[in-house]
Design a protein around this ligand. Structure first.
Ligand code: NDP
Length: 399
């Protein structure tokens, strides 16, 4: 049916490629490109299909991207490189007439700050070009937005509070490691917290607010409130939401390491001079931490990510609702060679691409996932390794 280019050959890119390979009727040709050709070649070799090939691109460079797109003429680019490359890839898409999908919103390299304004500013240009851009199509952001849209469509007349809860109940056996790109992960966690209440954004200290929440099949875990990008689009697209928050679990050991890393200056993102060479401490730290892609082999346990929503049902009666997915690290590794954090990001990216290529999610402009019909996406997600569950009128616990 269509040719796609995947940019990024990390943990998430590997999963996207494996999942595309399971649907040759949709993804008739797939090119995997990143800065390091050998990484792309290794994925192509592991998949072992003649319609997969490897290429090389520095996605910080619009001319290189334009050349790549001219060479391959893809229908869609699946951007699973780093958030720094979102805008250059969107620019190249506009120059070459290519549709766009990503899993993380743009962040400038020199400022640990993310918001949608930079990418939403492309809306008119994508609309005028008749091109669809789908933003934030991983798990969170991604499925978290689709879950919310599904709740609005089928159960609520008015959603009032939304709590996105993200638990990694797995154990990789390392003293400290991040589950996806360490630089992006540590920048995200060490920021101030932020949540939405009655039309305003309220800022907290980093991981300042926490409470114990119970996760299906995992049990109780301390859950920390932090800012997450989908909150921004969800309160815009569902204006009845009065309070929106995001919670993520962390173990004490992890938090202690994180505190030390910050205290000794290793989380800094500004350049320092080291023996006459400029280095960014956080990028240096990434080079010595375990590679997230290598965690899969000994990873046990599950992730559990979902939305806890309260409001009024279609008849105007109070309703509480919880929708979630649990994903096993072992099962993800067995299928794709990657752990569940990469798996739960890569599968929705492939499903979003499939929604676009099969005509179900086509809307020229720049769109967040919750703006599309959630039903075909969630039906496909369940078939593709991420089944989901629902509970009604339960104690949502979130205080
Ligand atoms: P990795 O660090 O494992 O991989 C990143 C890949 O991007 C590497 O292959 C790297 O290539 C490539 N890359 C980096 N810079 C460039 C560049 N300038 N040009 C071309 N390629 C480049 O990251 P992950 O796979 O863990 O994460 C990928 C994305 O997924 C990130 O944006 C992350 O924020 C997002 N994510 C989203 C989640 C969600 O639920 N929405 C959850 C987890 C991650 P090379 O090594 O060759 O330089």
């Amino acid at each position: 049916m269509a040719k796609v280019v995947i940019i990024g050959a990390g943990g998430v890119g590997t999963v996207v490629a494996h999942k595309c390979a399971q649907h040759p009727e949709v993804f008739t040709e797939v090119v995997i490109a990143s800065r390091t050709r050998s990484k792309c070649e290794a994925i192509v070799e592991a998949i072992g299909k003649p319609n997969f090939s490897a290429d090389v691109v520095d996605a910080d460079s619009v001319p290189q991207l334009v050349e790549l797109f001219h060479r391959h003429k893809p229908e869609l680019v699946i951007n699973v490189a780093l958030p720094y490359q979102d805008l250059t890839i969107m620019d190249a898409c506009l120059l070459c007439g290519v549709n766009y999908l990503d899993t993380a919103n743009y962040e400038p390299k020199d400022e640990a700050h993310f918001e949608y304004s930079w990418q939403w500013a492309y809306k008119q240009r994508f609309e005028d070009a008749g091109l669809t851009a789908i933003l934030g199509c991983g798990f969170d952001p991604g499925v978290s937005g689709v879950f919310t849209a599904y709740a609005a469509k089928h159960y609520f007349s008015e959603m009032q509070t939304l709590d996105i809860v993200d638990c990694n109940g797995g154990d990789h056996g390392k003293a400290f490691a991040t589950n996806f790109n360490p630089e992006i992960n540590i920048r995200e966690i060490t920021q101030n917290g932020r949540f939405y209440k009655d039309g305003e954004w309220i800022t907290t200290g980093p991981l300042e607010i926490h409470q114990t929440l119970t996760y299906p099949n995992i049990g109780e875990r301390e859950s920390y409130m932090m800012y997450h990008e989908e909150l921004e689009s969800l309160v815009k697209n569902f204006p009845s939401i009065r309070q929106a928050r995001f919670w993520m679990t962390f173990g004490q050991e992890y938090l202690t390491h994180l505190r030390v890393i910050q205290n000794i200056g290793m989380a800094r993102i500004d350049e320092i001079d080291y023996n006459g060479q400029k280095i960014v401490p956080l990028q240096f730290l990434k080079a010595v931490l375990p590679n997230p892609q290598d965690l899969g082999e000994n990873y046990h346990g599950e992730t559990s990510i979902g939305c806890r929503i309260a409001g009024l049902d279609k008849e105007g009666k109070p309703l509480t609702y919880y929708i979630w997915n649990n994903c096993s690290h072992e099962a993800a590794y067995k299928e794709t060679g990657m752990q569940a954090v990469s798996y739960t990001t890569g599968v929705p990216a492939m499903v979003g691409a499939m929604m676009f290529l099969t005509g179900k999610w086509v809307r020229p402009g720049v769109n967040n996932v919750e703006e599309f019909d959630p039903d075909p996406f969630l039906a496909e997600l369940a078939k593709d390794g991420l089944p989901w569950n629902e509970s009604f009128n339960i104690d949502l616990e979130v205080k």
